[in-house]
Ligand binder design. Structure first.
Ligand code: C5P
Length: 240
């Protein structure tokens, strides 16, 4: 598996906790309860927009690796500049939309690779909020599974490190794209917990067996009465 040169841990925790919070104080309250030996952290658009780049930079300086989930999608030059700026925050991983195309992804990859920290760069293929009908509405007639595979293949050809995908897609992507391609999968629910608004969920152990490299997990940890215990239980489920 490709690993970033700025990975702050000598080990490689598979769990990425989604910090889906409106402000830095709420996020930091959760982070203080977690163990960097067992997880990394994901900062998305809401928290980034409210808490700002300095917050991300300080989080990245702690022992946690940070996945900056901003899904850049713009002209190649703009995305490359955004990726440089994100890399300079010291994050472990960042992402773009594969539908931005080959040239955009190559520009992003070059920007990341010429940064001092060289984070992992992955791409979103088809958002899981989309279905065949919404894909057709934007003029794409290809069936959704084929479109995901096409975009993931393009991502690999552009030299990126991997994609975000459903664990249910991981098996075929792992087979087609090989063992060195990083598959980051949300929609994970430990056995016996609330599915929340996720409909197609997979347990942590099953997701890893299906080829996932990293598991994005939010509410089963962030909303738990004891987040550290929840994290430890999921970690144990992964290594058993
Ligand atoms: O709370 P939960 O575990 O459902 O959170 C999952 C995280 O992964 C959230 O940050 C959500 O935005 C993100 N995500 C997702 N499904 C996708 C892509 C990202 O749930 N297809």
């Amino acid at each position: 598996m490709t690993t970033s040169q700025n990975t702050p841990q000598s080990h490689d925790p598979k769990i990425i906790v989604a910090l889906d919070y409106a402000d830095s104080a709420s996020a930091l309250k959760l982070v203080a309860q977690l163990d960097p030996a067992l997880c990394r952290l994901k900062v998305g658009k809401e928290l980034f927009t409210s808490a700002g780049p300095q917050f991300v930079e300080s989080l990245a300086r702690s022992n946690f690796g940070v996945f900056l989930d901003l899904k850049f999608h713009d002209i190649p030059n703009t995305v490359a500049k955004a990726c440089s700026a994100a890399s300079n925050l010291g994050v472990w991983m960042l992402n773009v939309h594969a539908s931005g195309g080959m040239e955009m992804m190559q520009a992003a990859k070059q920007a990341v690779d010429t940064s001092a920290s060289k984070p992992l760069l992955i791409a979103v293929t088809v958002l899981t909020s989309m279905n065949q009908q919404t894909l057709n509405q934007i003029g794409i007639q290809t069936d959704i599974a084929t479109h995901v595979l096409n975009l993931a293949t393009l991502t690999q050809q552009a030299g990126l490190d991997g994609v975000v995908c459903s664990a249910l897609e991981a098996e075929i992507l792992r087979t087609k794209l090989g063992n060195d391609f990083c598959l980051v999968t949300p929609g994970i629910r430990p056995a016996n917990v609330n599915k929340d608004d996720q409909s197609r969920v997979v347990t942590p152990a099953d997701a890893l067996n299906m080829g996932s490299s990293y598991l994005v997990i939010g509410r089963p940890i962030t909303q738990a009465a004891n987040p550290l215990k929840a994290l430890e239980a999921i970690h144990a489920e992964c290594v058993s």
